[in-house]
Every structure is written in C-alpha cells, then in structure tokens.
Design a protein around this ligand. Sequence first.
Ligand code: DAH
Length: 335
Amino acid sequence: MREELEKLKGEAREKILKVKDEKSLERVRIEFLGRKQGKITKVLRSIKDMPPEQRPLIGELVNQLKHQIQKELEERKKNLEKEEKEEYIDITLPGKRPLVGRLHPITQTLEEIKRIFLGLGFGVVGGPEVETEYYNFEALNMPRYHPARDEQDSFYLDNNYLLRTQTSPVQIRVMEKKSPPIRIIAPGRCYRRDAVDASHFPMFHQVEGLAVDKKITFSDLKGCLTYFVHRMFGKETRIRFRPSFFPFTEPSAEVDISCIMCRGSGCRVCSGKGWLEILGAGMVDPEVFKKVNYDPEKYQGFAFGMGVERICMLKYGIDDIRLFFQNDLRFLKQF
Ligand code: DAH
C-alpha cells in the first residue's frame, strides 16, 4: 500500500509541474482528488474494506498525501498566475535594429563646398540671419527703390530688421572689420517670400564667396570657380560665364555648367539647352568698396553666391526642393 501511495505521489507531482495553464491544472486536480473518480478519493473509499488494525495508519498516510497534493496544486496555480502577468519574452525574435543617424544632404553638400574652398585658402565666416536693411540691401548698392529688390521679397520684422534674403551682407560685415587681403566664404540660411514649388522654398541655403586684394582679376574668379566645379561635379564638367547684372558686382556673370545628365547634348533637366545655371558672380563694384572705406583704386575683388539646394539637386539628380524639408526618411536615407 505504501508503495502504491508513493507512486501516486510521484505521478501527481510530475503532472502538476508539467501543466502549462489553469485549465489543465484543474484536470489534474480532478484526476487525483475528484469526488467520484479521483485516484486518491478511491483509495480513501477503499479503506473501509481493509483489516481494522491497518485502517488508522493507512488513513493517516492517504490524508497526508491528499493535503500534500492540494498544497502542490495551489502553489502551481499561484506560479501560473504570476507567469501570465510577467512579460513573455520571445528570445527567438530578431532584435530591434537601432536607427543610425546621418548628415542631411544639404549639410553634406555644405561640408563639401567648405572643404573645397578651405583647400584654396578661404576661411569660413558666419553672419546674422536677422539683418538690417542697410546690410542686406543698401550697402550692397541696392537703394530703397532699386528694382533689384523686387526679386528678393523678404520677411520684415520691426525697426528695419528683416530675415536676410541672401548671404551677401556678410561681405560688408567682413570688410568693415578687416582690411585686405580677404578670402572668405559665408555659408548660411536665407529667407524669401517665395511661393513654394519644386524649385522655391521660403528658407534655403547660400554660400557667399569674397576675395579682395591688390591685383585681383576676373581670371582669378574664373580659375577659382572652374576649380570648384571640377571638384564638385567632376573634371569632365565644362563651365561658362554669361554676362549678367548684380547691383554689387561690375562686371557680373551668371555661371553655368554643362548639363550633368546629358553632358551638354540637351535633355529634360536642362530644358534642351545643355547648360545649367549654378551661381552668380562678378568683380566687386567700386560703390561697395566705398561703403566700407576701401580705396577702389588700390583694391580689387571678386564675389560669388551659390544656392546650396540647387548644387545638391544637380549633383544627385533631385527634382523637387521640398524633399529636403519634409523629413521623409525614405528620401533622407539615400544619402
Ligand atoms: N546674392 C545673389 C542672389 O542671391 C547671388 C550673388 C550673385 C552673390 C553675384 C554674389 C555675386 O556675391 O557676386 O541672387
């Protein structure tokens, strides 16, 4: 009898531990302690058929076993409840990949422009994005009623302040503080009240360039910009200067590069012209030198200004400026 009870004890323990949910645990309870067919219940019931001198001892043993099994059932139930509450971790699932950040394509293009001009001996300077009318227009030979102001409708603040429409005012700020020789570029944000479309955005980036010294000529400007274009777009890229007008340079030029898509034969990107405009440039107008008390007889200089978005769009074949500012990772991840 003892042996049989030991066997039942082992069997019950094994089944209780194997059980994974409360329903199966209840099934185990019924198997052993069920009122009608429970294995232990049956043993208890059979005691009355045993010899009277054995009954007390067997009875006690069976009762002990019954309590033992009840205790184990309860413990298992508690553990199951606890396991259910705890978060279930599936260690076979693939891990979460951390997102690795990268530089915005505009920042990358700016860095590359800076690298090229630093290599040519230019320094990098900054200037305020909130400017006065004097620096943004007046000192650059664009007086109040000059028609050139029409193209640069700005965001005006109080007291003659505005968001700068170009990086050119940094030219004036640098020349006011320093005497020649000067060789700087000034990268930064600019603002214009333009309607948003594929090539216009109210905020954009420019890089201004300025070199002032004795005997600076248009050839220096050409050589400098040709070197820049070759580094930025590749040695096979051709460059041309078209006569143009800017109030703060004389003579002025617009600079084109041979179309990087069709290499000059004419395509959709260059509207069949074979050339793409990339920047404005020219020799610093003597009127500008006078504003900063430089002697125009003694010094000459060249200046240029380029749109960073435009350079970046041409370099990577991007056809909509809005993509830069929508924070769409599908676009940004490609750079
Ligand atoms: N600031 C001009 C613009 O935004 C670009 C420019 C043209 C800058 C000629 C220059 C320059 O320094 O010489 O349209």
